[in-house]
Design a protein around this ligand. Sequence first.
Ligand SMILES: [Cu+2]
Length: 225
Amino acid sequence: MAVKLLVVSALVALLSAAGSARADNPTLVGDVGLGDSFTISLKDATGAQVTHLAAGTYTLLVHDHSALHNFDLSGPGVSAATDVAGIGDTTFTVTFVDGTYIFQCDEHPTVMHGTFTVGSVTTPPPTPAPIPITPAPATALAGSIGPGKTIHLAPSRGLSAGKFRIKISDRTASDGFRLAGPGLTRATGVKFRGSVTWAVTLKAGKYSYGSVRNAKLRRSFTISS
Ligand SMILES: [Cu+2]
């Protein structure tokens, strides 16, 4: 009996040690694409930009704000990435060793990237390229309808006439996603549910997007020349 108790309490001690070690990992916070902007950052728990870290295990919390961008951190022994189309928070447990790590948006790596060093590797990363004040106009859009009366299109500002690829997520079997404007009317089927990508040319002018069935559930956006 006494031996059994001893084994149980040893197990409990082991388990709680493992649990507290995990809880004690320093936290890093990655942010990408707030308001569909072309921005990406990695900060520590104090809010400082990460440029150098001690080797070890960290909890990486990523806030992926945009369906156009993702957060992809990689380097020796680590590959942690969110989906480009996905939005939301994801938590990763990552173990960094001596070396250089990079984080980037896989869709726009030349304008959305950062780097930091770990452990004995302390060579400061090369001066980051200045972030362009006016990024190239977006040519990839993401639209969605459903569930319920939710409609979404991003980005829907700062767009110029030209060719676009628009990924439509139709999340309702009782309505479709409609896009209409100069030279274009396009819609997914009311009963259709799923994803399609449209290759379209948008001209200067006003377009509307939203519900096939309900004209009140539409919004407009403008394409500049
Ligand atoms: Cu991006």
